[in-house]
Design a protein around this ligand. Structure first.
Ligand SMILES: O=C(COP(=O)(O)O)N(O)CCCOP(=O)(O)O
Ligand SMILES: [Zn+2]
Length: 313
């Protein structure tokens, strides 16, 4: 069924597991996610960035939002696992409102680039509107920067979440789930040195807020996927993600939603490169997208098991 993200995350919070939030821009990734959830009897959170909404709507935001809601809701009605649809990194009020009006389960208002007071004000505004329409809200505190050994400590401090601020933020905004910056960053090049997240800081945020917490920039960039892509011509030198054991650890300290986009993209392109080089005569998209969808599905299945949400449908 099509459910509210809050319902999925409140159970995860209570039972100490996490649910991946999986980004889509097109039909194929959505199909892979639904299949993975069904095969693992697991809830799934589908999320679309503002770029994805513009992409699907061919520039028309309302159309893009409606398209994603109708696709996700239709698939969700067809399966016996909880499925929700979330706006990822909402910054543009018009896009957030279009998504709420189209029927999204939840929205992120990302005002983390602004000073604390403005982040509170912006978030509060969206919370009031969204809650009046039964939509749940995510917000972010701190900025997504990798903790690099050779970068001055004070710049980390400035970027990472302040746990006391997080408590105040939660009380003042009424936000349903919170994304504390603890050292991850988006994309495939997260760490120059060894991967490290600030778990002490994360635990403080959890203890002080009790909210379901969100890890952004959580892709692992699995070695086998990276190698497969490079074997067939990709140039992913220096790509490094959050190792699986660190993801599992973050769940123990209170992460309940794990944003994952890069791993799906890397799996798809690695498998597509391999398929195209082995099938030079193929030109039916239902054929050349099939194997990549399979690999994306299997990467997701593994992540569902790692985060502990398999069989939690
Ligand atoms: O946290 C993540 C993904 O992190 P990842 O890169 O580690 O998968 N996200 O919120 C996904 C952000 C996708 O935005 P866009 O569509 O503009 O490229
Ligand atoms: Zn993110």
């Amino acid at each position: 069924p099509y459910v509210n993200t809050k319902e999925i995350l409140e159970r995860a919070n209570k039972e100490f597991y996490a649910v991946p939030a999986l980004n889509i821009n097109n039909l194929e990734f959505l199909q892979a996610i639904i299949d993975a959830g069904v095969e693992e009897h697991s809830p799934v959170i589908i999320e679309t960035s503002e770029g994805a909404i513009k992409y699907a709507g061919n520039g028309d935001i309302k159309l893009g939002a409606k398209l994603f809601v109708s696709m996700v809701e239709s698939y969700a009605r067809n399966v016996d696992i909880p499925v929700s649809l979330h706006v990822d990194h909402g910054k543009n009020f018009k896009i957030i409102m279009a998504a709420i009006q189209a029927g999204y389960s939840s929205v992120m208002i990302d005002a983390s680039e602004f000073p604390f007071e403005k982040n509170v004000a912006e978030t509060k505004k969206i919370v009031e509107i969204a809650h009046s329409l039964g939509v749940s809200v995510e917000a972010e505190l701190g900025r997504l920067v990798g903790i690099e050994d050779n970068v001055a400590v004070e710049s980390h401090e400035a970027a990472l979440v302040d746990p006391d601020e997080a408590k105040l933020f939660a009380e003042e905004t009424g936000v349903d789930f919170l994304a504390p910056a603890i050292g991850t960053s988006h994309g495939a090049f997260k760490f120059k040195g060894e991967a490290r997240l600030d778990f002490a800081r994360l635990k403080k945020v959890k203890d002080l807020t009790g909210l379901p917490l969100v890890l952004h920039g959580a892709s692992s960039v699995p070695e086998d996927i990276k190698k497969l892509a490079e074997t067939y011509g990709a140039d992913f030198k220096g790509a490094k993600g959050v190792p699986g054991e660190i993801l599992a650890e973050s769940v123990k300290f209170g992460i309940n939603k794990v944003n994952t986009d890069t791993d799906l993209r890397m799996a798809f392109i690695a498998s597509l490169r391999e398929f195209l080089s082995k099938n030079p005569g193929e030109f039916d998209p239902r054929k050349y997208f099939k194997t990549p969808k399979e690999l994306v599905k299997n990467v997701i299945r593994e992540r569902l098991r790692l985060l502990g949400c398999s069989n939690k449908a």
